[in-house]
Design a protein around this ligand. Structure first.
Ligand SMILES: Cc1cc2nc3c(=O)[nH]c(=O)nc-3n(C[C@H](O)[C@H](O)[C@H](O)COP(=O)(O)OP(=O)(O)OC[C@H]3O[C@@H](n4cnc5c(N)ncnc54)[C@H](O)[C@@H]3O)c2cc1C
Length: 512
C-alpha cells in the first residue's frame, strides 16, 4: 500500500507532521506534499512576539526547518490552497496547478479576530492572499509581516497601543516594555487576563506590570480609530477611541482580541465545522474520512455523541503542544494504516496550565479560580475548597481550589517553585497536602521539590518530563540547546529553558 498525503499549512503543526512522516517517505511508503501560503521557511510562530521586539535569540531559533531538512517531501511555499475537490480528491492551488491526495490533512491554523472599529479600513490582500492589510499603523500579531511592523516601531522607540489583555496581549506588552516601546494595553473589563485570573491575582499582576512599564487602560470599550495623513499622504493610525471618549494615542495599534480557526477551505468543501473543522478521535473529518485536521484549525469531538447538537462543545486548544501531539499521533496512525493495523484513538487533552511568558513576571494558572472563599455558603451546599495567600507588597499571590482535596484550579503569581509544583499536581489530578502552607515554603530555595519527581512535565509544549531531561544530561547533554536537540524540551515556547539550565547545572555541574 502507498499513500499520497497532502498537508495544507506549513505552520508548526503541519511541519511537525511532515517531520514525523519522514521515515515513511524514506521507505517509499508515502509521498508527502506540504502547501504553505507564507513565503518564509517554516517558523515557530510561538516566538513571533520575541522576534518582533528584536530578540536576537528568537531570531536565531525562529526557523523550524528548511527544505533540506525534509528530504523527499515536496514543500510548496508561497502557494495557497484555493479549493478542495472531494470527488476527484484534488486540491487546487493558487498557481493554477492541482495536487492529488489519498489523505488530505488540514493544518490551516487560526487567524486573529479583527474587531469592528470605526475608521478601520482594509487595504487589500496581504502577501499570502489569505488575509487583509489594515489601515496603516494597525496590525495583528500572527505572522512575520506583522512582526516586521511591530519591529519598525520598536526600533524607533515608538508607542504601541495593544487592544486586548488576554495572555498574548499581556505577553506582547511585557516584551514591548522590555524593548523600550512604551506599551498601553486597552481592555474591556476591570482586570487583565480575566479567563485565567481572579481579582486578587489580577491586582498583583497589574502592579507588577506597572512596575515593568506597561500601562493598563481598563474599562475600555474600543469604538474606533483616529488616523492622520503621513508624509506620503497615507492614512496612518493615531489614536484608539473608546465609547466613553478616552483617546489612547500611539504610533501602532496591535489588535490582540483572540483568534478563530481558519476553516473557509473546509467549509467550502462541505465539511462540518464547529469552532474548527470537526474531527473525531482518529482526527478524521466528521464528513469525509479521507480528510484530517490538526492544530489550531481542528475541533476534536466525538460524532457519536455530538453529531446532532447545533453547538458542539469544546474547540481548538490554541496552543502548539496539543497540535504537535496530534501531528505525532496522526503520523503513527498513517504508519499503522499502511501496516494494516490500528492504534489507540487520539486522547484529547483537557485545557492545561497557562504560563505567562515574561522576564519580570512569574504567573501560572489553571482551571477555575473564580470562587470567592468568603462568600456565604447556601444551606445544604459545600463551601468551595479555597486556600489563599497574598503579599501584594512583594508581588506574590497564590490561590488553590480543591474538590475533596484534589486540585481543580490554581493561580500563582511571583512564586515560581510553588507554581511548578501546583502545575504537576493539577496535571496529575493530585491531592494537595492537608497543610497547604507546605507548598508556600517551596519558595525557600533550600526546600526540595517533592511531588514533581522525575515524572513531572518540564516542557509542556513537547510533553517532556524532568526524568527525560535528566537522562539526556546523564547521556552527555551539556547545554539547553543540546538537551533540546535530544528531547525537544525547550524548543516550543521556551518558558522552561531556565529550569533546563538549572538541571544541567545541578546534574552536570556545567553552566548551561
Ligand atoms: C504571538 C503568539 C504567541 C504565542 N505563544 C504561544 C505559547 O507561548 N505557547 C503556545 O503553546 N502557543 C503559543 N501561540 C500559539 C501557537 O503559535 C499556535 O498554537 C500554533 O502556531 C498553531 O500551529 P498551526 O500549525 O496549527 O497553525 P498556524 O501556526 O496558524 O499555521 C498555519 C499555516 O497554514 C497556512 N495556511 C492557512 N490556510 C492556508 C491555505 N489555504 N493554503 C496554504 N497555506 C495555508 C498559514 O499561512 C499558516 O502559515 C502563540 C501564538 C502567537 C501568535
Amino acid at each position: 500500500m502507498f499513500l499520497r498525503v497532502v498537508v495544507i499549512g506549513a505552520g508548526p503543526v503541519g511541519i511537525r507532521l511532515a517531520e514525523e512522516l519522514l521515515p515513511l517517505v524514506a521507505a517509499g511508503r508515502v509521498a508527502v506534499t506540504v502547501v504553505g501560503a507564507e513565503a518564509a521557511d517554516p517558523y515557530n510562530r510561538v516566538l513571533i512576539g520575541e522576534y518582533a521586539v528584536g530578540d536576537a535569540a528568537a531570531a536565531e531559533e525562529l526557523t523550524l526547518v528548511t527544505a533540506e531538512a525534509l528530504p523527499g517531501v515536496e514543500l510548496r511555499l508561497s502557494t495557497r490552497a484555493e479549493r478542495i475537490d472531494r470527488e476527484t480528491r484534488h486540491v487546487v492551488l493558487s498557481d493554477g496547478s492541482t495536487v492529488a491526495y489519498d489523505r488530505l490533512v488540514l493544518a490551516t491554523g487560526a487567524r486573529p479576530i479583527v474587531p469592528e472599529l470605526d475608521g478601520l479600513h482594509e487595504r487589500g490582500p496581504d502577501a499570502t492572499g489569505l488575509d487583509v492589510r489594515l489601515t496603516s499603523g494597525v496590525c495583528v500579531l500572527r505572522d512575520l509581516s506583522d512582526a516586521e511592523q511591530v519591529r519598525a516601531v520598536v526600533q524607533r522607540g515608538g508607542r504601541v497601543v495593544v487592544l486586548g489583555a488576554g495572555v498574548l496581549g499581556i505577553e506582547l506588552a511585557l516584551l514591548l516594555a522590555g524593548a523600550g516601546a512604551h506599551p498601553a494595553v486597552a481592555h474591556f473589563g476591570p482586570i487583565p487576563m480575566p479567563r485565567q485570573l481572579d481579582r486578587g491575582s489580577a491586582s498583583v499582576l497589574s502592579s507588577t506590570l506597572a512596575g515593568a512599564g506597561v500601562v493598563l487602560v481598563p474599562h475600555t470599550r474600543a469604538e474606533g480609530v483616529i488616523a492622520r495623513e503621513d508624509d506620503t499622504g497615507e492614512r496612518r493610525f493615531r489614536a484608539l477611541v473608546s465609547a466613553d471618549a478616552k483617546r489612547i494615542e500611539g504610533d501602532l495599534l496591535v489588535l490582540s482580541c483572540g483568534v478563530r480557526a481558519r476553516t473557509e477551505l473546509a467549509e467550502d468543501a462541505g465539511l462540518r465545522i464547529g469552532r474548527g473543522v470537526l474531527v473525531d478521535h482518529a482526527l478524521r473529518s466528521w464528513t469525509d474520512p479521507s480528510i484530517h485536521a490538526i492544530g489550531d484549525c481542528a475541533h476534536v469531538a466525538d460524532p457519536a455523541i455530538h453529531r446532532h447538537e447545533k453547538h458542539v462543545p469544546g474547540g481548538p486548544n490554541g496552543l502548539v503542544g496539543p497540535g504537535w501531539r496530534q501531528a505525532s499521533w496522526l503520523a503513527k496512525s498513517i504508519g499503522a494504516e499502511l501496516d494494516g493495523a490500528e492504534i489507540a484513538p487520539f486522547d484529547e487533552e483537557r485545557p492545561g496550565v497557562v504560563v505567562l511568558k515574561g522576564e519580570r513576571v512569574d504567573l501560572a494558572s489553571a482551571g477555575d479560580v473564580s470562587a470567592d472563599p468568603f462568600a456565604p455558603v447556601p444551606a445544604g451546599e459545600d463551601a468551595p475548597g479555597i486556600a489563599l495567600w497574598a503579599d501584594p507588597e512583594h508581588g506574590t499571590y497564590v490561590k488553590m481550589a480543591t474538590r475533596e482535596g484534589v486540585l481543580t484550579g490554581f493561580v500563582a503569581v511571583g512564586m515560581p517553585r510553588t507554581a511548578a509544583e501546583l502545575s504537576v499536581l493539577y496535571l496529575r489530578g493530585g491531592e494537595l497536602p492537608a497543610d497547604r502552607s507546605l507548598l508556600l515554603r517551596l519558595e525557600d530555595a533550600d526546600e526540595a521539590l517533592p511531588a514533581s519527581g522525575r515524572e513531572g512535565t518540564l516542557c509542556i509544549c513537547n510533553a517532556v518530563t524532568i526524568g527525560q531531561v535528566e537522562d539526556a544530561i546523564a547521556d552527555g547533554c551539556r547545554s539547553v540547546a543540546e538537551v533540546g536537540g535530544c528531547t525537544r524540551a525547550g524548543t516550543g515556547c521556551g518558558g522552561c529553558r531556565a529550569r533546563i539550565a538549572e538541571l544541567v547545572e545541578a546534574h552536570a555541574g556545567a553552566p548551561a
